[in-house]
Structures are given as structure tokens and as C-alpha cells.
Design a protein around this ligand. Structure first.
Ligand SMILES: Cc1ncc(COP(=O)(O)O)c(C=O)c1O
Length: 403
């Protein structure tokens, strides 16, 4: 059974054996392994890929989320105590930096058919939140979205800053635009299993020059190294810095969340396969989605509004808890590696209960937490594995008579 297991991830990155050889050669000859040309080169090619002006490469998607909020605070785009809305179904380190930085999180529930926050639910959150929502850190869950264009409109009309956690949706296109481009800035993860893997890694993209420069400072110690020469000059003049101290002057609150040259090298190599990776995931997704629509036990997923679905993993939500239990057993016994959907409902997580006292509810995210799991969708799944997953999805099970 173990050998036949259909795994969530098969490799550390795409084309692993070839890229490992290339990495070994790179390491043998590289003069420098701390952040340098490979990282800067990736930032340039990724900006072009994503069609954004500035990219800051960091050591994880979680660091990207933390750095983005810190940079917004450094610039005064947000101030401590501001309410920041978030998608209730997400990863913990989307919400944690909101708390860690003295901001106040407020959940926006998800629609069951898209697994993402809609403009309707966002509007409800705006009405119900005890204080004005100043920013919405939306998560584009699993390569899908709801009507994020309308959410963007609401944010513009109501002076709310929209930022996207796009860690799971690199490559998805909605209404002619890539997800990650509906907002002031967006974050990406390059951890194993994501669309692009650099083993660990993350990035923030933006078109806002001030924010781009602030992210560079926030990434490394709050100093001015790596800024444009004009920006360095203006900071040094403003603070009257003696040249002896200019490399050791710390202007803003920052971290050390720099990537290494290994991150830059791997991310650049993987980006060359991005289209191939995304289309393999998209074609697996289509087959699994078609199969799931044949089974009335599964809540149907609606992706018709999305031009190109760059799926992360395939979610299956059951109409009842009893069905979830039966199917969970069935998939596990068939040797399929399954797991809870993303990080589940944040409102059910112990850290959230510990730090957030609120009456806000997110019933749909809770239902997904309780009644859902996700199946593997990675570019290395073979034909037989996709067929097996499709058959398992289609086959309805009978509930025990006393249910
Ligand atoms: C929505 C979302 N945000 C953030 C992260 C964190 O990324 P990382 O694991 O690179 O820190 C993840 C990780 O899977 C994620 O799914």
C-alpha cells in the first residue's frame, strides 16, 4: 500500500534530478551564496512574469506576509490598532502577523461554491465589524477566487487597502488579469508543493515604488543597502549620516528574512517551467472537477467565472459530517494522502481563540474545516493516479441506515 500511495507532493521541486545536478554545479562555482545576483535576477524575471513593477524575494511566504504588513506600518499606510480583514479560510501565518504587529484581525467568510471571499460577504463584514476596516488581506484560496474585481471596487470606493495573499494561486487568471494583481501588493510562497518551489522562499510584488523600497528595508535590518541610489542619498541627507556609518544606520523596523543564492537559483530555474507546471495542474484539476460534479455527496465547486485555474490541491467538501467520515476512510484506505483544506477556519484555531475575542462567525469556513479535505494535485501525478482519484471521487458511498 505504501508504495502505491498517491502523495500530495512527490518531489522537492519540479524536474528534481536535473535541477539538483545544476544546483551542485552552481554551488561548486558560485563565489557568493548569501543574497546576491541570483536573487536580484529572479526578482526581475518574476516581476515580468507577474506583470508587476517590483518584486522582493524573501525566505518564505510567511515572511512575505509579515514584511508586507510591517512595510505598510513603516510607511503609515496602516497604524497600530487598525482593523485588517482577512479570509477566514487561510493559512495561520496570514493572520498571525496582523496580531503580532498590533493590528486587529476581522474575518470575512467564504462562499461554499468558490471557497473564497465574495464581495457580498466582504460587504457584510464591513457592516458588522465594530470598527472601520482599513485593509483587507484577502487570500486567493487554492487557485480560485470569487468576484475579486468587485472587492477591488469596494475597496477603492471605501478607501480600504486591498492586499492579496496569493501563496496558493500563482498563475490563475480571472477577467484577463492574474491573481496577485488586484491589489496594492501580493505575496507568494515558494515552499515545496507550491506552484514554484525553491524548497523555501517567498516574494512580495507591488507597483508602488515607495512600498517596494520599504520592503527592501524591511527584509534586511531596516538599513538602506539595496535601495536605489536616489533613495539612499535622500535618507542619508535627511538623517545627516556621516559616511563612516552609512552601512550601519538602521532607519526602519525590519527583520532579517533574506533569501540565499540557492533560493534565487532554484526559483529562477523553476520559473522556466511555470507554464508547464500550471497547465499540468490545470488539466488534472479539470478531470477531478468533472468527476466530482458527478457525485451528489460533494458540494459542487464553481470555477466557471475563472479564465485559467492554476489549482494548488483539489478540495472536496461533503454535505454532511457523516459523509466526510466515510469518504475520508475510503480515500485513506485507497492509499491517497489527504489533509485538511489549507489551514481550515482560522476562528477554530487555538492561537486565534487565545488572542481574539469577537462574536464574528464564519460558518462556511467552519463547514469546510469540519467536512472537507484535499486531494493531491501536483504536476508529477501520472495518468493512472489521476484516473484513480477521478474514480474515487465519482463513486458514491451509502450512509449507514441509522444515519
Ligand atoms: C495562503 C497561504 N499563505 C501563506 C503561506 C505560508 O507560506 P510559507 O509556507 O512559504 O511560509 C501558505 C503556505 O502554504 C499559504 O497557503
Amino acid at each position: 500500500m505504501i508504495n502505491n500511495k498517491i502523495k500530495l507532493m512527490k518531489n522537492s521541486f519540479y524536474q528534481e534530478s536535473v535541477i539538483k545536478e545544476q544546483l551542485i554545479e552552481f554551488l561548486k562555482h558560485a563565489d557568493r551564496l548569501s543574497m546576491h545576483e541570483e536573487c536580484y535576477n529572479f526578482e526581475n524575471v518574476f516581476s515580468k512574469y507577474q506583470n508587476r513593477k517590483y518584486t522582493t524575494l524573501v525566505n518564505s511566504g510567511s515572511s512575505a506576509n509579515l514584511a508586507l504588513l510591517q512595510a505598510m506600518l513603516n510607511l503609515g499606510y496602516l497604524v497600530k490598532g487598525d482593523t485588517v480583514a482577512f479570509t477566514a479560510l487561510t493559512w495561520a501565518t496570514n493572520v498571525m502577523p496582523i496580531l503580532q504587529l498590533g493590528l486587529v484581525p476581522y474575518p470575512v467568510d467564504i462562499e461554499l461554491d468558490t471557497l473564497n471571499s465574495s464581495s457580498t460577504l466582504f460587504q457584510e463584514a464591513i457592516s458588522n465589524a465594530p470598527n472601520k476596516i482599513k485593509a483587507f488581506f484577502i487570500t486567493n484560496v487554492l487557485g480560485f477566487c470569487d468576484d475579486i474585481d468587485k472587492i477591488e471596487e469596494i475597496c477603492k470606493a471605501q478607501n480600504i487597502l486591498l492586499i492579496e495573499d496569493n501563496c496558493e494561486s500563482l498563475g490563475t487568471v480571472y477577467k484577463g488579469r492574474k491573481l496577485g494583481n488586484y491589489s496594492l501588493a501580493s505575496t507568494f510562497s515558494f515552499f515545496v508543493g507550491h506552484h514554484l518551489s525553491a524548497i523555501e522562499g517567498g516574494a512580495i510584488c507591488t507597483d508602488d515604488e515607495e512600498l517596494g523600497q520599504m520592503l527592501i528595508m524591511t527584509r534586511a535590518h531596516g538599513w538602506d543597502r539595496n535601495l536605489t541610489s536616489e533613495k539612499q542619498k535622500s535618507l542619508r541627507e535627511k538623517h545627516n549620516i556621516d559616511p563612516f556609518y552609512d552601512q550601519y544606520t538602521f532607519y526602519e523596523l525590519g527583520y532579517n528574512i533574506r533569501p540565499t543564492e540557492i533560493t534565487g537559483f532554484l526559483a529562477t530555474k523553476q520559473l522556466q517551467f511555470a507554464d508547464e507546471i500550471i497547465s499540468k495542474r490545470a488539466s488534472n484539476f479539470k478531470r477531478l472537477h468533472d468527476a466530482s460534479l458527478e457525485n451528489a455527496d460533494i458540494v459542487p465547486l464553481n470555477v466557471e467565472h475563472i479564465e485559467k485555474v492554476s489549482n494548488f490541491a483539489f478540495p472536496v467538501i461533503f454535505r454532511e459530517k457523516a459523509l466526510f467520515e466515510i469518504y475520508k476512510k475510503k480515500f485513506l484506505e485507497a492509499g491517497v494522502e489527504i489533509r485538511p483544506v489549507v489551514g481550515g477556519s482560522m476562528l477554530s484555531q487555538p492561537f486565534y481563540k487565545k488572542y481574539c475575542e469577537s462574536d464574528a462567525k464564519s460558518p462556511n469556513a467552519e463547514l469546510v474545516h469540519q467536512n472537507g479535505f484535499y486531494l493531491p494535485n501536483n504536476p508529477d501525478l501520472d495518468e493512472k493516479e489521476v484516473a484513480t482519484l477521478g474514480e474515487l471521487l465519482k463513486a458514491k458511498v451509502a450512509l449507514p441506515v441509522n444515519q
